[in-house]
Write a protein that binds this ligand. Structure first.
Ligand code: HEM
Length: 435
């Protein structure tokens, strides 16, 4: 059965609601550090609940919907895509409570010992497989469209990430005490998910939405960039491992992979910078992340960078900065006729939150540290949550849509017929464009 692309428009508000829940868990973590953790909650468990819900039910379903809209022709749509996306929401939310209560530990109920969180996390990969099979079988784009390889690469990395999660579960059940394998499996899951699935997916969306395709020498350069990125990323999961665990030849392979991936990203950023004007903030954050990754890839610098305690900052530049702002931009450009004012609030609040993470690293002078650092981090953590609530409200009311900055040629998907993509938005669209 074919479904209309407009029907997937519900994915944005549903994912935004999950962002708010997950974000509130982040606020609770910050609150707990200042005031103490309420209801006997554990800092580590709150962190797991936060990061898993962000991964499972904010970024993943929204990116799946975007790939479906921009990667698969409408006549090839089937129920599988709605099932996969719906499944990511339901299972992601189901995992939230066990993570909050038990983290990764085994729950003891009477005499039974049940690993609720691991079961819930394991179930989450099922809709990923449904989506991956559906997407790889049905995706059709022009051969020379850069997003074609980037989207397919993103989906392949999503599947590879899930293998890391299975390997981790197997290693913990089998009781082999092999730290190298355990850490490798963990980082295959985390890094293939964030650097592969998310980065490749959002990068592909920029090409899909920018409305221009590279040709001639540019096309060859972009293809080289994508090859470098896809190949390089495969080895980068070794970079965060302690040097003592990784044999020297593998450390060199990881460094080479990191440099290749960064070169690929730099070439992509260079091409998109002058053509994707509405995406410059997103590209800037990708550039910052690329510089950090390059530093992290170089032997010697790697160990120094590891001691800075900047991993949390790096993760949020990548996941809250590049990925989240990129997905919001893509969703608005795809499903609405203009920009939402709350997008600007979100950009500002992301920068404030990132600034609040800087004093938590060793990059910040120790002499200036004090209680204000935790209070600032707590106050800043509330802002993206409020901005997302603003986006949610404006998405539904259609208010504050700025049409002055909207040029149809920037949004090929919108020109394909907003009424087809988002039937429920069509009357609003017409009224706005007549103003
Ligand atoms: C509302 C915005 C956000 C807030 C307030 C927030 C807050 C936090 C906090 C307080 C932590 C724990 C810090 C610590 O360990 O010291 C954290 C960790 C983390 N967050 Fe966020 N975050 C936000 C957005 C995101 C997004 C959008 C993602 C992913 C898409 C994300 C993924 C992560 C990850 C992966 C970790 C590390 C988990 C770990 O090390 O186990 N966060 N965040």
């Amino acid at each position: 059965m074919n479904v209309s692309q407009g029907r997937l428009r519900w994915v944005f508000p549903a994912a935004a609601a999950c962002f708010v829940f997950a974000g509130l868990a982040g606020v609770l973590f910050r609150y707990g550090l200042v005031m103490g953790f309420p209801f006997g909650l554990h800092a580590e468990y709150i962190r797991h609940a936060h990061s898993h819900l962000m991964y499972f039910s904010w970024v993943t379903p929204l990116l799946m919907a975007m790939l479906a809209v921009h990667g698969v022709p409408r006549e090839r749509w089937s129920k599988s895509v709605s099932v996969a996306i719906g499944g990511t929401f339901v299972l992601g939310l189901m995992a939230f409570v066990p993570f909050l209560m038990f983290g990764y530990t085994v729950a003891e109920i009477g005499t039974a010992r049940i690993p609720f969180s691991m079961i819930a996390a394991g179930l989450n990969v099922i809709p990923w497989y449904v989506f991956a099979v559906w997407y790889l079988r049905n995706a059709r784009q022009a051969d020379d469209a850069p997003q074609r390889t980037l989207f397919a690469g993103a989906v392949v990395y999503l599947v590879l990430a899930s293998l890391g999660a299975w390997a981790l579960a197997y290693l913990s059940i089998s009781g082999q005490n092999n730290l190298f394998l355990e850490r490798s499996a963990l980082h295959i899951f985390l890094d293939y998910f964030s650097e592969g699935w998310l980065v490749l997916g959002v990068l592909g969306l920029m090409y899909a939405l920018v409305g221009q395709q590279p040709g001639g020498a540019d096309l060859a350069r972009i293809r080289t960039a994508t090859v470098l990125l896809l190949a390089g990323l495969s080895a980068t999961f070794l970079l965060p491992l302690p040097a003592t665990l990784v044999p020297v030849p593998m450390r060199w392979a990881a460094a080479l992979g990191g440099v290749a991936a960064c070169a690929g990203l730099a070439l992509h950023i260079g091409w998109l910078w002058s053509r994707a004007r509405g995406w410059r903030i997103v590209l800037f954050l990708l550039a910052v992340k690329t510089v950090a990754m390059l530093a992290y890839s170089l032997p010697g610098v790697n160990e120094w960078a590891g001691q800075l305690g900047a991993r949390l900052l790096y993760l949020h530049i990548l996941l809250l900065g590049f990925v989240t702002l990129g997905l919001i931009r893509a969703a608005v450009a795809t499903w609405l006729p203009g920009r939402l004012a709350a997008e600007g609030w979100m950009v500002a609040s992301v920068f404030v939150l990132l600034a609040s993470l800087l004093p938590l690293t060793r990059l910040f002078p120790a002499a200036l540290m004090g209680r204000w650092v935790l209070l600032f981090a707590l106050a800043a953590s509330v802002l993206p949550v409020l901005s997302m609530i603003g986006l949610f409200v404006q998405w539904h009311t259609g208010r504050n849509v700025e049409i002055a900055s909207f040029r149809l040629e920037d949004h090929p998907v919108a020109t394909a017929g907003v009424s087809e993509l988002a039937p429920e938005a069509a009357p609003e669209t017409l009224r706005l464009s007549e103003v």
